[in-house]
Design a protein around this ligand. Structure first.
Ligand SMILES: [Zn+2]
Length: 479
């Protein structure tokens, strides 16, 4: 049955409203929404109201948009890949450490439960999930209450190391890739627009080095035919960069553009190790210009980079070129506030300049910038006509004192634990920082059991049969 209840949020400190194409700060503002749609943002709503939410001096912001998550994988990397890197592979963890993480499908479902329970109270209301995309996974996401874009991994080959010295691709299995694309389309036909239109489907061909030109062109054909967004990992390792040059003689950016994987409906994830980055000695000018000219969106996952010891050089340069840069948490923590802070500070470090990577810049990227990438003018903003994806941040705490500029505090001081209420599509899902269906406790218990099994099994998954403690020693001796 259509929800037509009108709810008024009042007693706020600030509402981040949106008009004339920009966020603005509305002191002691009010927000009213009817069903899943915002109907009023202003100082004094006078229409009929069925219910009132007392914000208790809270800060009201639009729901954040997390443009890159792997729900069934990422938390399993925690406590393992930090402080590690493969010297033979430019310190990446991708080909050796992540390959040692192996779980049966049933365990991946539990990791996904954990991710969904983790993400919702952090203030993200829309996610872009990339993974196996089975029907039960889609239904888990739908039932979580989140708004989600989903892509099934349809990569026809895997990149790995057989010996810790070199990288290889498994044999290109195009039939598998095409079959996965078909499954992706079938899933779209079954679920697109389901869960009150919170679920939508996209394509996810994996990464550039594992996808030959004919496969990419088929992805492009299907994306056009079915009007689907798509995302691909690219520009994330030097090995990948060199491989593309050896195979095709062009930069990864040119390779994707040549095969149609570009444009306003496309998200390139990473593209950090462009030529000109101090870790990339190769010279292929014009990569950022290609991204800008084709209006391709770029998903920046800053925390993954800084944790590994390098930066995007620099986020401000990408923005100055006119590229729509958005954020994804990619690994852990799946916490957009952490991403925003990390993006802001790493941009300042890359440029040695405090005037770049501002709170306003990263707030825009996590809201209206991401909404633009999805082609949605009803997300990432609080304005009449927009979806009621709303977050109320508690300000009665040490983080918000002294309280002057709410966006600066949100980006540079607040934590996920300051998030009080999360509303998605007009449904109140989080209150006092806790999901109302309280899945967290069971999800945590199951996640620990999954991880204990995975760590025990690691010696079977690792190419050199090392134990988890050999691959990633504990920080201090354990007695
Ligand atoms: Zn990823």
């Amino acid at each position: 049955m259509e929800n037509t209840v009108t709810i008024l949020i009042k007693n706020t400190s600030y509402v981040v409203g949106f008009k004339n194409d920009s966020h603005y700060l509305l002191k002691n503002g009010q927000v009213a929404y009817k069903g899943n749609e915002i109907i009023y943002v202003g100082k004094n709503y006078e229409g009929p109201v069925d219910q009132i939410i007392d914000a208790n001096n809270g800060l009201v912001i639009p729901g954040l948009i997390n443009c890159h998550v792997h729900l069934a994988n990422s938390p399993a990397e925690k406590g393992f890949i930090e402080d590690r890197g493969s010297r033979n592979f430019h310190m990446l963890t991708l080909y050796e450490y992540l390959r040692a993480i192996d779980m049966p499908y049933e365990d991946r479902l539990k990791v996904m439960d954990f991710s969904l329970a983790e993400i919702l109270p952090t203030g993200a209301t829309t996610i872009y999930e990339l993974g196996l995309g089975s029907e039960e996974m889609v239904e888990k996401i739908g039932n979580s209450g989140l708004r989600a874009y989903i892509g099934l991994s349809s990569c026809p080959s895997k990149t790995y190391t057989p010996d810790g010295k070199r990288i290889e691709n498994t044999k290109m299995d195009l039939d598998f890739g095409y079959q996965r694309l078909e499954e992706n389309i079938a899933r779209k036909e079954k679920y697109e627009g389901s869960y009150h239109d919170r679920i939508r489907f996209t394509l996810f061909p994996g990464q550039d080095e594992s996808t030959p030109p004919e496969f990419l062109r088929e992805v492009k054909r299907l994306a056009d035919l079915h009007k689907m967004k798509l995302t691909i990992h690219v520009g994330q390792s030097i090995q990948e960069y060199e491989y593309i040059i050896q195979q095709y003689g062009v930069s990864p950016a040119q390779y994707l553009v040549d095969n149609g994987i570009c444009g306003p409906d496309v998200f390139w994830t990473h593209y950090v190790l462009r030529s000109g980055h101090h870790l990339n000695p190769l010279i292929f000018p014009g990569e950022l210009e290609l991204m800008a000219e084709t209006k391709t969106n770029l998903v920046h996952c800053p925390w993954v980079l800084t944790r590994r010891g390098f930066l995007m050089e620099s986020m401000q340069m990408y923005l100055d070129k006119g590229i729509n840069v958005v954020f994804g948490t990619d690994t852990f923590p799946q916490d957009m506030l952490n991403d925003m802070r990390s993006a802001a500070t790493s941009c300042k470090i890359a440029e040695s300049n405090p005037f770049v990577g501002t709170a306003a810049t990263v707030f825009n990227m996590a809201t209206v910038g991401a909404a633009k990438a999805f082609g949605r003018d009803d997300l990432g903003r609080l304005a009449p006509g927009a979806k009621a994806d709303i977050v109320i941040v508690d300000t009665n705490n040490m983080e918000f004192c002294p309280y002057r500029d709410p966006i600066k505090i949100l980006v540079f001081t607040a934590t996920r634990h300051n998030i009080d209420k999360v509303i998605v599509d007009g449904n109140l899902l989080v209150e006092h920082g806790k999901a109302l269906d309280d899945r967290q406790e069971e999800a945590r218990k199951n996640m620990q059991e999954v991880a204990d099994r995975m760590w025990l099994n690691m010696k079977n998954a690792d190419w050199a049969h090392r134990t988890v403690d050999e691959l990633s020693p504990m920080s201090f001796p354990v007695e």
